[in-house]
Ligand binder design. Structure first.
Ligand code: NG6
Ligand code: CA
Length: 519
């Protein structure tokens, strides 16, 4: 069931704009000059993984071009150091830690954002935009965990969240089901191979990575990822069937890019919003053979190069359609980088001096900066001067409200409550720092980050990730304070600055209780 009340409220709130005579009239039509908006959201791409952020061993000319013709942000933050909570927060404007069951989702999780919740797609739709989502979803589908019938239309999907069109992977490439879902149905569904999925037990007679390593002709796991085998790669979870609908990892980037290009072409005459979430550079890294084996860092480097190619395809489509000038592109990542995240892809051995986090400490999963400080590039030739750099403190939590301000959408009461309008900073009109940003680590430790300081809550987690990746978590049994005016979080200075600790602790407490509003 679609959110009837929500729609009426949004339509009333946003459909009224002043006409030339100053009278209010209902106007669902977008303004003819409204820009298209594309969020290009990479997966696990680190602060140091792009040439324009200092990386040496990769080829990212297309991303570099966006940066040099737009704004490169050096103090941009994702909301969490893993995918599901980060994406939840970006898409709803609500911190994931306020809501249970927003941790890394299984491939058969029920839809985490519920239909009645307000989303960034609802916001754009209310302003007359066509909305599309492509690539990695990882926020569940269907009404209940594990109850999906993958052979029929799913009862709850992105169409219920404001997306007119979607072509997505249910979770991640390392989680079953390994099929694309188009508008809530398995794309290219194969009646001869009905799909079954379980995260509890295997289906009789189906091979697994654990029992049949001889079938792993593309990639072997280094930790975990030893359940069902699809395309010679074992995954997390069990699945049966799929037949022609099963993806080939080497074609994932091509496939989501082709669908996104079609969406751009089909909607070139009206403003559109596109959430374009790549599978790159998440594991299993198995890019197309145009890229595979080409980068000296091996598959992780190949995946970064493939990500850049994808960006180039979108840019050249926009150029051909004469849309580039009035399209706002925001390029970023869902969380910080990880090197070995569970497959023998030699990412560790072949780094060749490359530092995925740049000079930040920690990485994906962690409470340190490497977990959440990510590249952010904003490009909009019509409105943004080229060659800018901004060190303003910004967070992805604010993108919903900022973009609402851009397209004159009014957010209904109770929607996107943690998101603030920071549009002028995002468009480079000022360099005002957010007063603070809140960040969530894998074990739910929260940090409060200001321009100069970072407070990390106490927690009893281990100092290092325990299951494989060699990453410092940033967890300690007591509060830590770092001076982040220089990178690296080298020394905990909580003892030297008790007043600062108290002040930041108090702010974080109020944010948690939801009674601290930004100025
Ligand atoms: C972990 C997976 C890791 C990755 C991560 C989610 C294992 C051993 N590790 O549990 O490979 O899938 O979840 O990554 O299973 S994220 O970027 O989508 O948050
Ligand atoms: Ca991720």
């Amino acid at each position: 069931m679609k959110k009837e009340c929500g729609i009426i409220t949004v339509a009333l709130a946003t459909g009224l704009i002043a006409n030339a005579a100053g009278k209010k009239k209902a106007n669902p039509e977008p303004h003819p000059d409204q820009p298209n908006v594309i969020i290009i959201y990479a997966d696990d791409l680190g602060y140091g993984d792009l040439e324009c952020y200092g990386a040496k061993n990769v080829n990212t000319p297309n991303v570099n071009r966006l940066a040099s013709n737009g704004i490169r942000f050096t103090n941009g933050h994702a909301v969490a150091s893993t995918s599901t909570p980060s994406r939840y927060s970006l898409l709803t404007g609500e911190y994931a830690w306020r809501k249970p069951n927003t941790d890394i989702a299984a491939g058969n999780a029920g839809m985490i954002i519920r239909p009645e919740q307000y989303t960034i797609a609802d916001m754009f739709k209310s302003a007359g935009y066509k909305t599309g989502a492509f690539g990695k979803w990882h926020l569940g589908l269907g009404d209940k965990d594990g109850q999906q019938d993958w052979n029929a239309q799913l009862p709850a999907h992105l169409g219920d969240l404001g997306f007119d069109y979607s072509y997505i992977m249910a979770a991640t490439a390392d989680r079953v089901p390994c099929v694309f879902i188009e508008n809530g149905k398995v794309a290219n569904w194969d009646p001869s191979a009905p799909i079954e999925v379980s995260y509890v037990k295997n289906f009789p007679g189906e091979p697994t990575g654990r029992d049949n390593p001889e079938l792993l002709y593309n990639l072997k796991p280094s930790h975990g990822h030893d359940m069902s085998i699809v395309n010679g790669i074992s995954r997390i979870g069990y699945m049966k069937g799929g037949g022609n609908a099963l993806w080939k990892d080497e074609n994932i980037a091509d496939s989501i890019t082709a669908h996104a290009i079609d969406f751009i072409k089909e909607n070139k005459n009206e403003p559109f919003f596109m959430y374009f979430a790549t599978n790159d550079v998440h594991v299993p890294r198995f890019p197309h053979d145009r890229f595979r084996g080409k980068n000296k860092m091996g598959l992780r480097g190949d995946a970064i190069d493939q990500f850049d190619w994808t960006v180039g395809q979108l840019i050249s489509t926009l150029e051909k359609e004469n849309l580039l000038d009035n399209t706002l592109i925001i390029l970023s990542s869902d969380n910080g980088p990880v090197v070995d995240d569970g497959y023998e892809d030699q990412a560790e051995e072949l780094l060749n001096g490359h530092s995925p986090t740049g000079d930040l400490r920690g990485g994906k999963y962690s409470a340190f900066e490497g977990g959440t400080r990510i590249p952010v590039i904003v490009h909009w030739p019509k409105e943004i001067k080229e060659g800018q750099e901004s060190d303003a403190l910004i967070s992805q939590i604010d993108w919903l409200a900022s973009l609402a301000s851009l397209v004159n959408a009014r957010i209904p009461k109770g929607g996107a409550t943690d998101s603030y309008d920071k549009l002028s900073t995002l468009l480079g009109k000022d360099k005002n720092d957010r007063e603070w940003v809140v960040e969530q680590a894998n074990n739910h430790t929260l940090s409060l980050r200001t321009k100069d300081w970072k407070l990390i809550e106490g927690s009893d987690g281990p100092a290092m990730i325990q299951w494989g990746p060699k990453i410092e978590t940033g967890y300690k049994g007591h509060i830590q304070l770092y001076d982040v005016s220089t990178p690296g979080e080298k020394e905990d200075v909580a003892a030297q600055h008790p007043q600062k600790v108290l002040e930041l602790e108090e702010t974080l407490r109020k944010v948690k209780e939801n009674n601290y509003k930004l100025k």
